[in-house]
Design a protein around this ligand. Structure first.
Ligand code: GRF
Length: 324
């Protein structure tokens, strides 16, 4: 039962027990405070029962919630309990979640017409990683987000039977979805599968097919890709894997790098989020460059994913063109 609750809240075991303690302390304190106020007001058996009920209801509705937030704050769980309160008030119709959040970042949960995909009041963002290759980036992202309190890698989408990423998914007990070309390019044909798993964010990590417009439209600013070069150079159709590194070396570039960007309707043209660079030494081969790029990707991609999903707007401008 605990495990189910923990999964529902999307928290680590440690955080789960802290939350448990907060609820426990809140219950005890509310009961003690109610008793204290009852006697302070001089209420006893002779008091009209309606007053006693009103006091208890008031304590439950207002006192309990205030104490919950106080303990939550003291035990470092303000974010969780504030979200919890807003959700409750939203259910009671007292607080509109939309008016309660001040966020103008492009991937704001509230600006999207499809907010159902990532409901503003859900605790957990389920992400799907689309990958067709070895999956080393997927593996790093999975490891980084393991036990994360609000993000979960819930699905690996792959178009190649036997791809390395499928083994990584199995080792991490993450469900996989093997997609088929004709159906994928029909547009949003796989949307029901993503929706049924409540996928709210998509990460392309070595996924070679162009994402159909209908899927981009279903996930506005919620699909990101990593490209193994410094876009806008060396991007576009046919620029993938070793083709990119060969072109960079052939052009005699002194540096290359990675670009993490939003996905739009055009190959490698979505708004950039993050870049990091590495030098190209004389004598570097495309293979050597590929190794350097992988190091950069593994170092930065997992954290960027986390920060973009968490809507940390600072990353968009401040770290764009970050030097390594
Ligand atoms: C990475 O280099 C990425 O930039 C590109 O595809 C490669 C995937 O590598 N889009 P891996 O499968 O994650 O090892």
């Amino acid at each position: 039962m605990f495990k189910r609750l923990q999964d529902k809240w999307g928290v680590s075991t440690r955080q789960f027990w802290i939350l448990f303690i907060v609820f426990g302390l809140t219950g005890t304190t509310t009961a003690a405070l109610t008793r204290y106020i009852t006697s302070w007001l001089g209420m006893d058996e002779s008091t009209f029962w309606v007053w006693k009920v009103l006091l208890r209801v008031g304590m439950l509705v207002f006192g309990y919630q205030a104490i919950l937030l106080t303990y939550g704050f003291l035990l470092g769980q303000w974010a969780f309990f504030w979200k919890y309160e807003k959700k409750l008030l939203n259910k009671l119709g007292v607080w509109s979640l939309e008016s309660g959040v001040n966020d103008s970042t492009p991937n704001s949960k509230l600006q999207t017409p499809n907010s159902k995909l990532q409901t503003p009041n859900s605790q957990l963002t389920h992400i799907a990683i689309f990958a067709s290759g070895a999956g080393s980036n997927a593996e790093k992202i999975i490891a980084h987000l393991k036990n994360h309190s609000s993000i979960k890698v819930s699905l690996i989408v792959c178009n190649k039977p036997g791809a390395g990423v499928l083994g990584i998914a199995a080792a991490n007990q993450i469900p996989t979805l093997l997609i088929e070309k004709e159906r994928f390019f029909r547009g949003d044909a796989y949307l029901p599968e993503l929706r049924s798993r409540e996928i709210g964010f998509v990460v392309l990590a070595g996924f070679l097919w162009k994402v159909p417009d209908a899927l981009v439209a279903a996930y506005p600013n919620k699909i990101i890709n990593i490209h193994p070069a410094l876009l806008p150079k060396y991007g576009g159709k046919g620029m993938y894997g070793m083709h990119v590194h060969e072109a960079v070396i052939a052009a005699g570039e002194k540096e290359s790098g990675i670009t993490i960007h939003y996905v739009n309707e055009h190959f490698d043209e979505g708004a950039p989020i993050f870049q990091a660079t590495c030098p190209i030494e004389p004598g570097d081969t495309p293979e050597k460059l590929a190794e350097k790029i992988h190091v950069l990707e593994h170092r930065h991609f997992p954290e960027v994913v986390e920060r973009v999903v968490n809507r940390e707007s600072s990353i968009v401008s401040r770290e764009y063109k970050a030097q390594d």
